[in-house]
Ligand binder design. Structure first.
Ligand code: ZN
Length: 94
């Protein structure tokens, strides 16, 4: 995994553990070139999902983008908070 700080490929996994709902593996990584620490998530990808936009354009499904869009849609008075597991649940129920 390339270091997001200096671009070195010389990085090491320091810690690996499942997330709270066991839907992903969280890895703490260390860059041996610049000592930058970062986290990666490993998730199951069952198949490629494609989103067909209103204008007919096809784009790859992006769960983070969906979560951000829902958060933006819920702004403006509502007190609903989206939990981290929401988009996972959404994907699982398709
Ligand atoms: Zn680095």
């Amino acid at each position: 995994m390339r270091c997001p700080s200096c671009g070195s490929l010389d990085t090491q996994v320091k810690d690996s553990r499942p997330t709270e709902d066991s839907a992903a593996i969280r890895r703490r990584r260390l860059c041996l070139a610049c000592n930058f620490r970062f986290t990666t998530f490993e998730r199951v990808q069952l198949r490629e999902l494609t989103v067909i936009k209103r204008n007919g354009r096809r784009v790859p499904f992006d769960r983070d983008k969906l979560a951000r869009s829902i958060e933006i849609a819920l702004r403006g008075g509502t007190k609903v908070r989206i939990k981290a597991g929401f988009t996972h649940e959404f994907e699982a129920k398709r």
